[in-house]
Design a protein. Structure first.
Length: 142
């Protein structure tokens, strides 16, 4: 991937909720309850969570090919553990990164979107009032 300078950024609202839920679903740092609660919130159930949930990832790097249109992948890093997503799950996360304002960068037939130092906070009591979903991150991989 071509080098990209890290820039502090944030996302809020539905993009932040989706980003937290999709990254959180793969996090070895979250409990099964938190993963289920985040999935329920993203599926439209405002009562799926009874407590605040925090999602953190060291980095998220997604790639889509603009030559092989079936090729989508994401690498999520949680401390020393890396999770690889492929296909539909990777495409969903790639699209969500775009929705959250992560800039795309192209290189040799690929389009990359990446972030580092992701910290999302979900407050389920505030979601129906238009708040309660916030993420902070640096654009670009570290």
């Amino acid at each position: 991937m071509a080098s990209q300078s890290a820039v502090a950024a944030s996302a809020s609202g539905s993009a932040a909720l989706a980003l937290a839920a999709l990254v959180g679903a793969n996090s070895p740092l979250l409990s099964a309850y938190d993963k289920t609660a985040l999935a329920g919130l993203l599926d439209g159930n405002p009562k799926a969570a009874a407590k605040n949930i925090s999602v953190e990832a060291q980095s998220v790097v997604c790639r889509a090919s603009n030559i092989d249109l079936t090729s989508h992948s994401c690498d999520l890093t949680f401390g020393i553990r890396m999770i690889n997503l492929r296909g539909r799950n990777a495409h969903e996360l790639f699209a969500t990164l775009n929705e959250a304002g992560v800039p795309s960068e192209g290189a040799s037939g690929s389009i990359f979107e990446s972030l580092s130092h992701l910290v999302c906070t979900i407050d389920p009591k505030q979601l129906q009032a238009g708040g309660g979903a916030d993420c902070k991150f640096d654009t670009g991989a570290s």
